[in-house]
Design a protein around this ligand. Structure first.
Ligand code: SF4
Length: 339
């Protein structure tokens, strides 16, 4: 993909949140949620973003859509630098870049009928006459496989999966080209998860959508993502084709995530597990050098002092590690090919 122009590009994006208060114990603290994050998203692909909670993947999703201001770096969407745009300048772009949220119930106003909720972006952007809005509503319900009769009901009358379909209908109402989906199936039962993932894939085929798909569940990412970026403590530690990343991980953290997936290997062997030591360090006080060194089973002295940069290996596969794994050298016996 090196020669292609990306639809969306993040270059050295940094995001810091200020938490606490100078009137409370602990005072003001700075949480570095994203540190020098760079990635590209190409038209028509699904980029998976994975990592433990608190790794910065949701913050990155919101920065990509400029729902958050950046503290540093640049976001380019369809060739335009959108990093410094104000809300008014961003408004016309919002139609083209949308978000689907994890909790569809929380993102839908419970006092409004589904038809009004889905029609809201159409009316806000003032593009259609009322008869056109009604036609578009029926079209959208058809796209997300819901009966048009549901348009007069309220969100609480629906199951979690149906509510997520409503959230998706709302997100695609203005025919965006890019959707950032923030853990859109994490709150759903496993059987419903598969239906919603299939719906995302169907809509991508029909509408030519480009997705950034955020998940902590590798099995979901494996189903839907063309490429996958693995995040740890505010940075991308590995990025590449999903098959490659999940079957031949180069970063010890990716290997540990894969090893933790509760799934028998194809030969029926009991797979050795890489147990991660301890909790992720606090983003208010990240460790020096490689941020993973406090938990990495193969950390060496260099790792404690020198930050590993994301660098290319082969086949557009990149890793931020001084000692990338190579096939059978995975830590603690985590075997490649069993992801
Ligand atoms: S740089 Fe060192 S500590 Fe970090 S992941 Fe690689 S081997 Fe582990």
């Amino acid at each position: 993909m090196s020669g292609r122009v990306p639809m969306l590009e993040a270059a050295s994006v940094t995001k810091t949140f200020v938490v606490g208060s100078r009137f409370r114990s602990g005072g003001i603290q700075h949480v570095q949620a994203l540190s020098d994050v760079s990635l590209k998203v190409f038209a028509g692909e699904t980029l998976g973003l994975v990592g433990e909670s608190g790794c910065g993947k949701s913050t990155l999703g919101r920065c990509l859509l400029r729902l958050y201001d950046l503290n540093g770096g640049r976001i380019t969407f369809k060739g335009r630098d959108i990093s410094g745009l104000g809300q008014r300048e961003l408004r016309p772009l919002r139609a083209d870049m949308q978000m689907v949220f994890q909790d569809p119930y929380a993102s839908l106003n419970p006092r409004r009928r589904v038809g009004d909720l889905i029609a809201e972006p159409l009316r806000v952007h003032g593009r259609r006459r009322e008869s056109e809005v009604q036609d578009r509503l029926r079209e959208l319900m058809d796209l997300v496989n819901l009966s048009p009769e549901f348009l007069t009901r309220f969100p609480h009358e629906f199951s979690g999966g149906q509510r997520q379909r409503i959230g998706i209908a709302r997100a695609i109402a203005l025919a965006p080209s890019l959707i950032v989906a923030d853990e859109p199936v994490s709150a759903l039962d496993v059987s419903v998860q598969a239906q919603i993932v299939n719906l995302f894939m169907d809509l991508q085929d029909k509408l030519g959508l480009t997705y950034v798909f955020i998940a902590h569940d590798l099995s979901v990412v494996r189903q839907i993502a063309t490429r996958t970026a693995v995040m740890y403590l505010g940075g991308i530690v590995e990025l590449g084709e999903t098959d490659r990343v999940l079957h031949r991980p180069a970063h010890p953290y990716t290997a540990a995530l894969i090893s933790a997936v509760p799934e028998p290997d194809p030969q029926g062997n009991i797979r050795a597990r890489t147990i991660l030591r301890g909790e992720p360090p606090s983003p208010t006080n990240p460790p020096p050098g490689c941020r993973f060194h406090t938990r990495c089973p193969i950390a060496q002295e260099r790792c404690r002092v020198e930050v590993p940069l994301l660098r290319p290996l082969e086949d557009a596969h990149s890793v931020a590690c001084h000692f990338p794994l190579d096939g059978p050298n995975l830590p603690n016996g985590a075997a490649p090919g069993h992801a």
